[in-house]
Design a protein around this ligand. Structure first.
Ligand SMILES: [Zn+2]
Length: 334
């Protein structure tokens, strides 16, 4: 199977138009800047952070305690709800990019994601009766998982009406409201709660995790993915990393995310970075002239001159050492 590349999941022809709608979205978000509010660290709660950089008019800071970096001040939950409801960027992703790249996304992202989730369930001997995915989006993960016939019940939480409709169209059971508003009897709690690339978008990740815990059976597990703020592409590219965008408010690292889950009463089982795109992302920025490698001959050699020989082993090193920018965490409700 051909390996996953940035081009495969973000076709460049489509991404040019996407840049235009994303800029429109940044303008919409900035139009509410006066309603942004100051927050303390979303991971450890400390209210002491140093200026990091400004990107597209949005200010990022570093927590001096846990090294999480985050948008501060940030849009309120009300501004975020307004922002996502009317987002031309999201409409473009949902109507054009996801449909055009869905097959390759399923093969390269969702099939491995389902495989990994099932491996983790086996490893930790989790009952496979029920699974809840929070932020199901297009429903690709739930549909792929359903096709494996492992869980008796799979439920998609998707508050955005258009996306919820798409999920229902695939025959999925959907709860169309924010997770914070869901209440369940104890007999209806879930063995597994999964949430992929959601917490980096949230105003208050701690509240979201609290809500997820309320829907989890004792002994059940929560699995989440999000960017690793201390991963290779994010740290190397910094302000020009595409991971650093106006929608991503929180950039946890392995330690800070584990601390947050611990503080909420979960037992962290493992945290790892299985990302495959870091080297490709930095290489593409260099090849497109947006990132200068002339001051870093080592990176020039690995990412450009000897790419065929070193690219994949370098990425494998990043994964093994927890240095990729894509992170998973698995925690149990005790
Ligand atoms: Zn912190």
């Amino acid at each position: 199977m051909a390996k996953l590349t940035e081009e495969a999941i973000r076709p460049s022809e489509l991404m040019t138009k996407q840049k235009v709608v994303a800029l429109a979205d940044i303008g919409r978000m900035l139009s509410k800047y006066e309603a942004f509010v100051a927050v303390s660290c979303p991971a450890c709660g400390l209210n002491e952070a140093t200026f990091k950089f400004v990107k597209n008019g949005i200010r990022y800071v570093d927590c001096v305690n846990c090294e999480t970096f985050f948008v501060n001040p940030r849009p309120t939950p009300e501004v975020l709800a307004w922002f996502y409801q009317g987002s031309p960027n999201y409409a473009y992703w949902n109507n054009v990019i996801f449909p055009a790249s869905e097959e390759v996304r399923r093969d390269k992202i969702f099939v491995p994601r389902v495989d990994r989730l099932l491996e983790l369930c086996n490893k930790y001997k989790i009952e496979k009766k029920s699974l809840l995915e929070i932020g199901a989006g297009f429903g690709t993960f739930c549909a792929e998982l359903k096709s494996r016939n492992v869980f008796s019940r799979i439920v998609a939480v998707e508050p955005t009406p258009d996306l919820a409709e798409t999920c229902r169209g695939r025959g999925l059971e959907v709860i169309e409201k924010p997770v914070e508003q869901i209440q369940l009897d104890s007999k209806d709690l879930f063995d597994v709660i999964a949430s992929f690339e959601v917490i980096e978008h949230l105003f208050a990740p701690a509240d979201f995790i609290g809500a997820a815990i309320n829907l989890l059976k004792p002994g059940g597990i929560l699995m989440m993915t999000c960017p690793n703020g201390k991963g290779f592409d994010v740290e190397t590219l910094g302000v020009i990393s595409d991971t650093v965008d106006h929608e991503h408010l929180n950039y946890f690292n392995q330690e800070s995310l584990a601390k947050l889950l611990n503080d909420k009463g979960l037992k962290v089982l493992e945290c790892f970075t299985p990302g495959v795109l870091d080297a490709d992302l930095v290489r593409n920025k260099a090849l497109s002239g947006l990132f200068d490698l002339s001051g870093t001959p080592f990176l020039q050699r690995v990412l450009i001159d000897e790419w065929d020989r070193l690219g994949s082993v370098f990425q494998a090193f990043l994964v093994k050492q927890g240095l990729s920018s894509n992170m998973w965490i698995v925690a149990r409700k005790v």
